[in-house]
Write a protein that binds this ligand. Sequence first.
Ligand SMILES: [Zn+2]
Ligand SMILES: [Zn+2]
Length: 328
Amino acid sequence: MERKHGKFSSFPPAIYLVNKRFFVIFAFHNSIRTLNPKKYKLFMYFANYHSHCTFCDGRSSMEEFVRFAIAKGVRKYGFSSHAPLPIDTFWNMKLDDFGEYQNEFYRLKEKYMSEVELFIGLEVDYIHNYIEIQNELYSAENMDYLIGSIHYMDKLPNGDFWTIDGNFRDFFVGLKILFDGEIRPAVERFFDISDQMIGKGGFDIVGHFDKIAMNASKCTDFEKSSVWYRNRVSDSLQLIKQKDMILEINTKSFVDKGITYPDIQFFPLINELQIPVVVNSDCHYPTNIVDSFHPTFEALKAAGFKTMHQLINGKWQAVEFDETGLKQ
Ligand SMILES: [Zn+2]
Ligand SMILES: [Zn+2]
């Protein structure tokens, strides 16, 4: 599924004088692109706003992620640790660490300011009938942005919340208990809960919007191309548009499973609805910071997108891109 893009071939770049303006022609693998150096910066860059580190379930320190981000051509990088919850989980930040999360971030922001622009955010759980995105547990007022995500749905008889984002075995156990093994009502409930989260707001970016498809797709009676499913997703996308939110295109499962969240089949509709998007890797390892960005940028371009949103001077703004990266 993965293809290589944007690598220079053995041809040297050639410079031509046309109409008194210099044009530089680079030979790429599949095509020749003509760039006007006065209009575009020759070096594209990447940005990523969804990332984890050892303050939650990421596998390296904040500083290690920053170093890798710089090495991979990332100019804007945001941390979004799983926000603290009132319950103990495997992946959320401990409330006691929230102060240190901010201290370490500001140390690194200053240390690396000439090489990368760093942002601090949180990936916040919305758990229906349990905790809202905006809650009393901590203050998120110093955060640059918040990502709203659903990992948990309803409570199981043992008091634990059913997670849709874990392994299939646990998913299937919960599905049998809560929905008698029926996948369609479970998926419909997931999007009903998503709609509640989106409707209440209090965050900037909708995180891995259709994540339930990851495990649902392993059930024999679920087909993500079915009309009812496409209609259900379409309804939630229209709500995102109505609420003026940014939709994340999450590439975390692209290498392993060949899918993005939301699924690539929805890209044309998202473009038609003019929902602003941001491409994020949701990386837990520094080596995955820009995983699958090239093919995802290319798929977005093929679906008609010309811009994606970036945080510039404290405001989310549209920035042009092509499959090689962001342009300004
Ligand atoms: Zn998540
Ligand atoms: Zn995440």
